[in-house]
Ligand binder design. Structure first.
Ligand code: ATR
Length: 287
């Protein structure tokens, strides 16, 4: 692509940003669609997120992604916030509007679209969700909003799961999240559940760890979806497969959060064929 006077710029703000795969996602999409657009990483120092956003506005940047540690801090720099992002309290995508940026959470919509693309549904399902930290809390909202019948939220620290469950259930007006201590998985009714791994356990370089390792737990896992994609196959995924379940890593979630951001910035719809091209390129970084 030739960069010229009409090139539009998008980027990622965070700290650190050196290992991001987002430029690969967005620059591949721009190439596939023939858009005159570039996407670049912007490392932003602590305490400078507001300057970064107003600077982006002044520079007419089309859109930004936001990563750790600014997904919450960026909210006060926005003109408007989308409903799901507001509930979750985390924003990863800024879309330019007339008087400033509007914030979205495409991480969660991305997870949802990744699941849809694998034929996994949430509506009406009973789900096991491992974790109650920032990521799992967002997944709890997603499951509730997408109509899960029940979500068993299992966490090492029961208090945290109780706090998240209370908050989500209040916001949704129904008792959808059921908090439990990790070891109490034995009390779950018999069945094969969609299980979402939302803890940080198993993330490289601790690839040999899983938040639960007991065989009895994996007997209950029908489909295991790990939010982690480094390593490519987590211990949770290995244990899920060893007990006959289907297992997925978080790379498609990463892919679709990017695709949804790109769609918002450019007012286009990315086809599944285009998504697949980007996915293959991303996958090349791992296998
Ligand atoms: P993230 O933003 O990735 O969600 P986080 O908010 O720090 O990170 O949450 C980490 C999650 O992993 C929590 O659910 C945490 O459990 P606690 O709430 O009990 O801390 C879970 N976690 C991290 N290390 C763990 C470990 N060694 N065993 C069990 N759970 C662990």
């Amino acid at each position: 692509m030739e960069i010229n006077g009409k090139t539009r710029t998008c980027g990622l703000i965070g700290n650190p940003v050196e290992h991001t795969l987002s430029p690969m996602i967005h620059n591949t999409l721009a190439e596939l669609l023939g858009h005159n657009l570039v996407y670049v990483p912007f490392p932003v120092k602590a305490g400078q997120v507001a300057q970064a956003v107003s600077g982006a506005d002044a520079l007419n940047l089309l859109g930004l992604n936001v990563t750790v540690p600014y997904k919450s801090a960026v909210i006060e720099c926005l003109k408007e916030i989308d409903g799901l992002a507001g509930n979750i309290g985390a924003v990863n995508t800024l879309v330019r509007t007339a008087g400033g940026y509007k914030g979205y959470n495409t991480d969660m919509e991305g997870l949802y679209r990744a699941m849809v693309s694998e034929g996994i549904s949430i509506a009406g399902e009973t789900v096991i969700l491992l974790g109650a930290g920032g990521a799992a809390r967002a997944v709890a909202y997603l499951c509730a909003v997408k109509g899960a019948a029940q979500v068993y939220m299992l966490n090492r620290t029961l208090d945290k799961a109780q706090a998240v469950a209370g908050e989500v259930n209040r916001a949704m007006g129904r008792e959808v999240i059921c908090p439990m201590a990790l070891e109490n998985y034995t009390m779950l009714p018999e069945g094969k559940y969609l299980t979402i791994q939302g803890t940080s356990v198993g993330l490289a370089p601790h690839a040999e760890e899983a938040v639960i390792t007991e065989d009895a737990f994996y007997e209950k896992v029908g489909t295991g979806f790990d939010l982690i994609y480094r390593p490519w196959e987590t211990k949770f995924m290995q244990l899920t497969r060893a007990h006959g379940g289907q297992a997925y890593n978080g790379l498609k979630m990463l892919l679709y959060q990017g695709i949804i951001a790109y769609e918002l910035w450019n007012d286009v719809k990315i086809s599944e064929e285009e998504a697949q091209v980007v996915y293959e390129r991303l996958k090349g970084q791992f296998v």
